[in-house]
Design a binder for this molecule. Structure first.
Ligand code: HEM
Length: 411
């Protein structure tokens, strides 16, 4: 089946180079050009980019779109990659499965993420935010990424998984290099080797953790998952390990970057920071706006399981779709004046957590962590400034958008 006329090669200003530093510094002008000129566009690499809110929402919610991780990897690398440990592990997670496996795996952990369970975590998370700020308060300076934005979500997910305090140091020091697998640009051999080594090391640790929880069950996610594995038909040993790894990875880097990107955006729009200081009751709404304005997850992928029409363009079955969440969040058809940060904006439904059956499991938790961080910063460090706000250090990463450091000072 033919698609309607598509340029064989996109115009020069629509060429997509997600690791170009200028693009990483500010991807939004490119998204605007793409949305205006070719909102459903096939790239020379053979995948489709979609940028409009409505099309992205459809691709996430309509069952004709699904996951085909193995096929996607083959298309991206031009060869089978399923024997790479990092790739094989991700393949066993709910993130890249269709029903019925997706339903089975997700069902095992949803209980821990209900609105009620997350609300119950509020006092503990508040205490953790204060502890992180206590460590630096007298110094008058910190690297927001290292000292706060990374530590808080790591400790929270370690708590949830039941990782004992004495085992946490490597997690607090490390960062999630395996996130690179989610990039649309193939990893180099060296990057794959590093991701493989990390997966294997994490696998050894998570195995020990499962053994510990078999011997000493507790009220945590690992114990839940171990019980499901022991029940025999719900979860294999590989799935157990892979999904603990997913929860660990998904549970921190994204939230880390929401805190970093959010604080940066507020300081680049000082009137909005002042507005929050004057009226902290706006903070939960501000978190939604910050998720919309500069999402820490920029894309997700789907495959067409059948021929579909999207925005007037017919797409064959078995095509890779890259849904640009960050572009959908700035679609003027959905949000008036989309490039303006407005912490009082109404009716914000950011695409940042995806949608449909894979809608982020940790969305409520991430929102709560960010709310409590911004609340504490306003309360305890109201005159905080970010000396590098005009030239921030973005990580060389596109799917997971965030900063490598964010120095802050206060007095
Ligand atoms: C799925 C974003 C925080 C766990 C997703 C998806 C997105 C996303 C876009 C859907 C991917 C897809 O449709 O293919 C974010 C953002 C976060 C965040 C922007 C923070 C700002 C968290 C946290 C956790 C978490 C804190 C756990 C503690 C998961 C899991 C999935 C997921 C397990 C897979 C769900 C499924 O496939 O059914 N997240 N996430 N996320 N997220 Fe998050």
């Amino acid at each position: 089946m033919d698609t309607i006329a598509q340029p064989t090669a996109p115009a020069k200003d629509l060429e997509f180079n997600p690791l170009d530093p200028a693009f990483i510094a500010d991807p939004y002008p490119f998204y605007r050009r793409l949305r205006e000129a070719a909102p459903v566009m096939k790239t020379p690499q053979g995948f489709w980019l979609i940028t409009r809110y409505e099309d992205v929402a459809l691709s996430l919610r309509d069952r004709r779109f699904g996951k085909d991780f193995e096929g996607n990897m083959r298309r991206r690398y031009g060869t089978d990659r399923m024997n790479e440990p990092a790739v094989a592990s991700l393949a066993k997670t709910m993130l890249v499965q269709d029903p019925p496996d997706h339903t089975r795996l997700r069902g095992l952990v949803t209980k821990a993420f209900t609105a009620r369970r997350v609300a119950d975590m509020r006092p503990r998370i508040k205490e953790l935010v204060d502890e992180q700020l206590d460590r630096v308060a007298d110094k008058g300076e910190m690297d927001v990424m290292r000292d706060l934005a990374h530590r808080l979500p790591v400790i929270v997910i370690c708590d949830m998984l039941g990782i004992p305090e004495e085992h946490r140091a490597p997690f607090l020091a490390g960062s999630n290099v395996n996130g690179r697998i989610l990039e649309p640009v193939p990893m180099t051999r060296e990057e794959l080797d590093l991701a493989n080594r990390n997966t294997q090391m994490a696998g050894v640790y998570f195995n020990q953790l499962c053994e510990l929880r078999r011997r000493e069950p507790k009220d945590d996610l690992t114990t839940e998952l171990v019980k499901a594995e022991e029940a025999g038909d719900k979860l294999t040993a590989e799935e157990l390990q892979a999904n603990i790894g997913l929860l660990f990875g998904a549970g921190h880097e994204t939230t880390t970057n929401l805190i970093g990107n959010g604080l940066l955006a507020l300081h680049r729009n000082p009137d909005q920071w002042e507005r929050l200081k004057a009226d902290p009751s706006l903070i939960p709404n501000a978190v939604e706006e910050l998720l919309r304005y500069d999402s820490s997850v920029q894309i997700t992928g789907r495959v067409t399981h059948a021929e579909v029409e999207l925005g007037g363009v017919t797409i064959d079955a078995e095509q890779s779709i890259v849904a640009l969440l960050g572009a959908a969040n700035r679609d003027p058809a959905q949000y008036p004046d989309p490039d303006r940060l407005d912490v009082g904006r109404e009716h914000i439904r950011p695409m940042s957590f995806g949608g449909g059956i894979h809608h982020c499991l940790g969305a409520q938790l991430a929102r709560l962590e960010a709310e409590l961080v911004f609340t504490a910063l306003i309360d305890r460090m109201p005159n905080l400034t970010l000396p590098e706000k005009d030239n921030p250090a973005w990580r060389r990463s596109f799917t997971l958008r965030g900063l490598s450091k964010l120095p802050a000072v206060w007095h």
